[in-house]
Design a protein around this ligand. Structure first.
Ligand SMILES: [Zn+2]
Ligand SMILES: [Zn+2]
Ligand SMILES: [Zn+2]
Length: 145
């Protein structure tokens, strides 16, 4: 687990104002194996339950390259921690996402690289997304999460 000090450094490195809540929020993302919805986050954090505070922090984290949106089964938004190299300027992901059909969790598949497509006549490809579906290791082994 990451030390509190490292979490604070990570916030500073991304130009995010440090508050008790933001440190806690980042900790929640670091500890989670899968993408979190607003409700998941609200249930997990204890230093605030204020919706506006949570939304503002999520916006800041998104903008500064700490978290990214991940696909989910329903149309609720889910967020996950970004790879280390993300920043405000280079916020791009070339990893696939995996949605588990049993628990409904979304996992970042950092080790699965996206195929590279050549530009198709007249179209300029700027980004591609790959979402895989199936059963996650925890559901396969029947472990409680
Ligand atoms: Zn990112
Ligand atoms: Zn699962
Ligand atoms: Zn991801």
């Amino acid at each position: 687990m990451m030390e509190k000090q490292n979490i604070q450094d990570l916030l500073s490195a991304h130009g995010i104002r440090k508050t008790t809540f933001r440190v806690e929020l980042l900790e929640v993302f670091i500890e989670s194996k899968y993408g979190l919805s607003f409700k998941d986050i609200k249930d997990k954090v204890i230093s605030t339950k204020d919706k506006v505070t949570i939304y503002r922090a999520l916006d800041a984290f998104l903008e500064k390259g700490l978290i990214h949106k991940v696909p989910a089964t329903s149309n609720i938004s889910k967020y996950a921690l970004c790879p280390e190299e993300c920043s405000e300027e280079t916020h791009k992901h070339d990893h696939a996402h995996f949605i588990c059909n049993q628990c409904g969790n979304t996992f970042c598949m950092d080790e699965v690289e996206l195929p590279v497509f050549k530009n198709i006549k007249g179209y300029e490809i700027k980004k591609s997304k790959l979402t895989l579906e199936g059963d996650c290791p925890d559901c396969i082994s029947g472990t409680d999460q």
